[in-house]
Design a protein around this ligand. Structure first.
Ligand code: ADP
Ligand code: ZN
Length: 224
């Protein structure tokens, strides 16, 4: 039987975290927890919280740490994460968030943080081509559109360009990534919880690489 997993996925915008997390969540049978998807759902619902979040998101800015930590802490209290684990996508994004996650997940902590590495030149092209389903968050691109007329293959909703995929917001998010999120790679490496995976190549190749890297790192951990 395939064991569960407690994973954090790190990587630049456009590295393919969303797509790969969906696949890993099917493979390890654990929920895929994407803070971006949760925030976009709040925006669609039009809650007061959603309205506030949208201002940050459209500008490409990060929500305040205490706010997003509260959202994730609440989510990780749900039963579905208790048995087999979780895959976190888009959280943590700052060292403060990583410290909070370590506290929230005590005493077990996480298995691994995986850095899905794709160079900036490559993600810029992918982000310009990226399209997303407004209903379920499934990812598409101009090179790989849905089968029928920009309606989602999974749920039938409209597939559009994300409002925060403007050139200015993309540039801002990538700057913030280098400034605030890249230091997490060092932070997790120092805790001996990091694996690096090359995120270039086809979607299937990357999924295979990810599963092999996660299984190998956990095996190594068990036997040491
Ligand atoms: P991307 O990886 O392209 O930035 P996401 O879907 O992960 O997209 O996130 C979209 C937006 O949601 C971010 O630009 C930010 O405003 C907000 N957000 C998501 N996760 C976090 C987080 N961990 N901390 C602060 N803000 C966040
Ligand atoms: Zn959909």
């Amino acid at each position: 039987m395939i064991p569960g997993a407690r994973l954090v996925l790190l990587g630049r915008q456009g590295a393919g975290k969303g797509t790969q997390c969906t696949r890993l969540s099917l493979h390890y049978v654990v929920p895929h927890i994407s803070t971006g998807d949760m925030l976009r759902a709040a925006v669609r619902e039009g809650t007061e919280f959603g309205r506030k979040a949208k201002e940050y998101m459209d500008a490409g800015e990060l929500l305040p740490d205490d706010v997003i930590i509260g959202v994730v802490e609440e989510r990780l209290e749900h039963e579905d994460t208790k048995n087999r684990g979780f895959i976190l996508d888009g959280f943590p994004r700052t060292v403060t968030q990583a410290e909070a996650l370590a506290r929230i997940t005590e005493p077990r902590g996480i298995d691994l943080a995986v850095n899905l590495d794709v160079p900036t030149e490559v993600v810029l092209g992918r982000l310009a081509a990226r399209r997303v389903c407004v209903g379920c968050g499934a990812n598409y691109s101009t090179a790989a559109p849905p089968e029928v007329d920009w309606t989602c293959d999974v749920c039938g909703s409209d597939v559009v360009q994300r409002e925060d995929d403007t050139e200015a917001a993309i540039r801002r998010r990538l700057d913030l990534y280098e400034e605030q999120t890249a230091p997490l790679i060092t932070w997790y490496a120092a805790r001996d919880e990091l694996v690096e995976v090359d995120g270039t190549g086809t979607t299937d190749e990357v999924t295979d690489r990810l599963i092999r890297a996660v299984d190998a790192a956990r095996e190594h951990r068990r036997s040491s």
